[in-house]
Design a protein around this ligand. Structure first.
Ligand code: OAD
Length: 253
């Protein structure tokens, strides 16, 4: 195990990560809120700012909270959508889009709902927790367009008039089946697993790193802080992904 507690990540550690990646046939990447922090989107631990600080996440991000007060939940999501729309992908997102072109195969799984990987040029992104910019009909359970004659009320489905909700996974809900299967398969079959900007606390996403370890992958973590995965990772790069990922790319042969 290699860990670096110095504030600047050493060139040697970055070199180790680059060497493992350059030998890999399949790289699986799991990203979390940390990769978008440098784009100005607060991570989950910091997400409730200002007026939202006094609300319980269980009222804002659960099916029960939505049933109780859809208006409140929509206000919170509209606030977050606004943040996401104004944000730009950062050097970390761009480095991952470039990395996909430098290795034989790369699977990118994200817990983020902000779409910034796609805006940076990544394709085939597995959206484990959905996408905040999409609406889903609560009646038909499919991604839906908004009816234009909703007036000032809650957003309604263009097709059936049913109440819309954000197309994200809330606490207590299942991960979309396709995303779950594809991510599991990638974690079990990759040679290198990169865990970037995630606290590795929320399951089942956190189980992907464990699956990769069990199947013999080299596990590399990029995060300024320690996580539950850190003690088991083979290489730990303690720094912000917007700086560390471009540095890793630079050292690829
Ligand atoms: P967290 O907010 O739990 O963790 C963010 C991680 O990013 C922390 O470990 C930080 O140390 C790290 N971090 C902060 N700045 C960083 C930077 N510049 N570069 C790299 N890392 C940085 O976010 P997630 O682990 O993504 O689920 O949270 C997982 C899930 O918990 C979310 O997807 C969400 C939440 O409940 C759902 O909405 C279903």
């Amino acid at each position: 195990m290699v860990d670096d507690h110095s504030p600047a990540v050493s060139r040697e550690l970055i070199g180790r990560a680059a060497a493992a990646i350059s030998r890999a046939r399949h790289v699986c990447v799991l990203t979390g809120a940390g990769i978008s922090a440098e784009s100005g989107i607060p991570t989950f631990r910091d997400a409730q700012e200002g007026i939202w600080a006094r609300f319980d996440p269980l009222d804002l991000a659960t099916p029960e909270g939505f049933e109780r007060d859809p208006d409140l939940v929509w206000q919170w999501y509209e606030w977050r959508r606004d943040l996401v729309r104004k944000a730009e992908p950062n050097a970390g997102h761009h480095a991952l889009a470039t990395l996909a072109r430098r290795v034989p195969r790369l699977t990118l799984v994200t817990q983020n709902v902000d779409g910034l990987h796609q805006r940076a040029g990544s394709t085939g992104v597995i959206e484990y927790h959905g996408n905040i910019l999409r609406d889903r009909c609560t009646v038909e359970q499919v991604v839906a367009e908004r009816s234009r004659d909703a007036g000032g009320g809650l957003p309604r489905c263009l097709g059936c008039g049913g109440l819309l909700r954000p197309d994200v996974v809330w606490f207590g809900e299942m991960i979309p089946r396709g995303a779950l299967l594809l991510a599991d398969a990638a974690a079990e079959n990759c040679d290198v697993f990169l865990s970037i900007g995630t606290s590795s606390l929320v399951y089942p996403a956190a189980s992907l790193g464990e699956a990769a370890l069990r199947h013999g992958a080299t596990v590399i973590e990029i995060n300024p802080d320690s996580t539950d995965l850190s003690p088991r990772a083979h290489v730990v790069l303690r720094g912000p992904s917007g700086l560390v990922l471009p540095a890793v790319l630079e050292l690829l042969p």
